[in-house]
Design a protein around this ligand. Sequence first.
Ligand SMILES: *Cc1c(COP(=O)(O)O)cnc(C)c1O
Length: 375
Amino acid sequence: MQFIDLAAQYQHLKQRIDKRIQAVLDHGIYIMGPEVEQLEQQLADYVGVKHCISCANGTDALQLAMMVLDIKPADAVFCPTFTFFATAEVIAYAGATPVFIDSDRHTFNISAQHLEQQIERVLQEGKLTPRAIIAVDLFGLPANYPELEKIAAKYQLKLIEDAAQGFGGEINGKRAGSFGDIATTSFFPAKPLGCYGDGGAIFTNNDDYAALFRSYRVHGKGKDKYDNVRIGLNSRLDTIQAAILLEKLAAFPSELQARNKVAAIYSTQLINHFEAPHIPEGYLSSWAQYTLKSESRDLLMSQLKSAGIPTMIYYGTCMHQQTAFNYLNHTDADFPVASSLCKTVFSLPMHPYLELATQNTVLSKLFTLTANATE
Ligand SMILES: *Cc1c(COP(=O)(O)O)cnc(C)c1O
């Protein structure tokens, strides 16, 4: 059994993907070939924003956002402590201070309440300038953008949506990638929309930002890449990856449906046994992960492993617990909800090609184990 079965997906799409890759090999425009622009147009249309700028990976997408927003030392950028390292890394890499925020206990996403408290604290201390919020669509569930947008407006902060796990999610029909001033995503193979290597993209409705992103991703180019008007990066999406993504995007709507079907079965069967992230009314998750909470997580995981059922922990270490952020001198008491999530969460096999019989194997093993544990 696979945790995420990329091979099953490839078998399903093989003919079309092979043809796309062959087309790139035939035209030979490996860098910024026609597939890149075609994909950017289709992604922008799907998400419902004016501009999509592809780039080399989801971390670069966030880093480029820091560059476009001119995030500097003495700036404070707020982000959840319960996330993947890249979200916080790009803030520190820009020389600014990441200000970590606890999780909402129901959705596991950034807590709007704790966010506002921390913005007030930073303002009162007067050492750092609050500049931006990076919210994360954790495990595929969009963060609470209606609230976050209000807070961003109130304190005049830029809002960035880290939709690396969230592509395909929605709030009342508005799609992930369209929230905030800038949204970013990742095409890492295991993400909801993945390629066969590294890839990423940025979404924005702002024309000035879009022009800056296009410059920064190619060495701060002016009229061409040999005319350099600012310090940038080399962060382009390979044409071959764009070609693969064109086919993956075509299959994405039905895959998203399949993911939600798998999730619905897990949820109805497990609701009385485990706590899982709450999906608020009007929200759609892209189910990058199907995550549960258990006080006896480690025992459960090892028993599942013995039964041939793979599970993973996302995440076992919060940002405030990472060695690289020791210098911020946090303790778990600063983030009680997230610190407890790190100790209790684990994720079940989840992908669009998970067969019902396989899922039932996972469920019946989980039932046996939890029944034994509570006897
Ligand atoms: C995967 C991920 C990233 C980074 O994406 P890469 O393409 O691996 O660089 C950033 N943020 C979150 C929340 C992620 O899950």
